[in-house]
Design a protein around this ligand. Structure first.
Ligand SMILES: NC(=O)c1ccc[n+]([C@@H]2O[C@H](COP(=O)([O-])OP(=O)(O)OC[C@H]3O[C@@H](n4cnc5c(N)ncnc54)[C@H](OP(=O)(O)O)[C@@H]3O)[C@@H](O)[C@H]2O)c1
Length: 291
């Protein structure tokens, strides 16, 4: 209830292993800061976004939280309708660090609870992700966070986390976009009951002129960005595109008029095989693992 948007977007949701629902489209907030971040988050909530992704690293939790709380106070949205994620940064892994980081995030956001809290990178060489995740499970047990998960976990650390703690993360937020659709990791997530969340779902805008995507977009008479986001949703993923532009915020949420055929989904998947495709950004085997 409570949503007073000019738009009528009903974002599809997935059910997490703990029974909570996660909207399949959300707003990424990396690189958004200050008044600018405030305006974008207020605008996104007004348009109909109900899922916002931030992190300690993004240094914008205070302003993101202010936008959320002002929208709640203005009666535009209710807290119950929102899904808010934050993440513990690499240098605060471990029990004491994550407890401190979580409380600081909650304070900065001005919220009583988070919907999802993630380990931002495994940083396997630190050897702390299991301890960190167990501490997060205790925070969850106290009711301060609905769901706990991870980001940038690859199969080896994912299996080690689950076998070592006995706890399955609700999501794994990983780089995933056309050209890097991560079929093996998605299959492992399905086996383990983990929801796949795509970061950089639009490959930061780099693939919007790809001929195969443009051809599908032209056939459906929608922007290429809509095709990518619709494809991710049909694959069962959650996607958190970031945009600072109102028209893009609207079109990124407006994926409902399109259904991709199996053939179109396969065409999108086939982009993985093209030269120059693959992971574009940080490799978790390397990033956060340097000694
Ligand atoms: N867990 C992690 O390690 C991790 C890592 C990276 C990102 N993330 C999360 O994932 C979110 C999304 O990733 P991202 O921001 O790196 O990349 P992204 O969402 O794939 O792409 C964002 C870029 O695409 C442009 N864009 C957005 N919508 C567009 C549209 N409809 N048409 C044309 N261009 C469009 C944006 O420009 P404008 O803003 O100018 O519109 C921006 O430059 C982040 O904001 C963050 O919340 C998580």
């Amino acid at each position: 209830m409570g949503a007073m948007s000019t738009y009528e977007f009903s974002t599809p949701a997935r059910t997490l292993i703990d029974g909570s629902a996660i909207p399949q489209l959300g707003l990424g907030t990396w690189k958004l800061a200050g008044e600018h971040a405030y305006r974008v988050v207020r605008e996104a909530l007004e348009i109909g976004y109900r899922h916002i992704d931030t992190a300690t690293l993004y240094d914008n939790e205070e302003v993101v939280g202010k936008a959320i709380n002002d929208a709640i106070k203005a009666g535009e949205v209710s807290r119950d309708d929102l899904f808010i994620t934050s993440k513990v940064w690499n240098d605060e892994q471990g029990t004491a660090g994550v407890n401190k980081a979580f409380n600081r995030s909650l304070d900065a956001l001005g919220l009583d609870y988070l919907d999802l809290y993630l380990i931002h990178w495994p940083c396997a060489s630190q050897g702390l992700y299991k301890e960190t995740f167990e501490a997060m499970a205790k925070i969850q047990g106290l009711g301060h966070v609905q769901s706990i998960g991870v980001a940038n976990f690859y199969p080896e650390v994912l299996r080690d986390l689950v076998s070592g703690t006995g706890i399955t993360p609700a999501v794994n937020q990983v780089e995933l976009h056309p050209g890097f659709s991560q079929p093996e990791l998605r299959a492992l997530h399905d086996e383990m009951g983990i929801i796949t969340e795509a970061w950089a779902p639009l490959a930061k805008g780099e693939l919007l002129t790809h001929p195969k995507i443009v051809a599908i977009a032209q056939a459906h008479e929608v922007p290429a960005s809509v095709i990518i986001l619709r494809w991710l949703v049909q694959l069962g993923c959650v996607a958190i595109p970031k945009s600072a532009h109102r028209d893009r915020l609207i079109s990124n949420l407006d994926i409902h008029g399109v259904t991709l055929s199996e053939a179109e989904i396969s065409t999108m998947l086939s982009i993985d095989e093209e030269p120059g495709m693959g992971r574009k950004y940080g490799d978790p085997l390397v990033f956060g693992n340097q000694s």
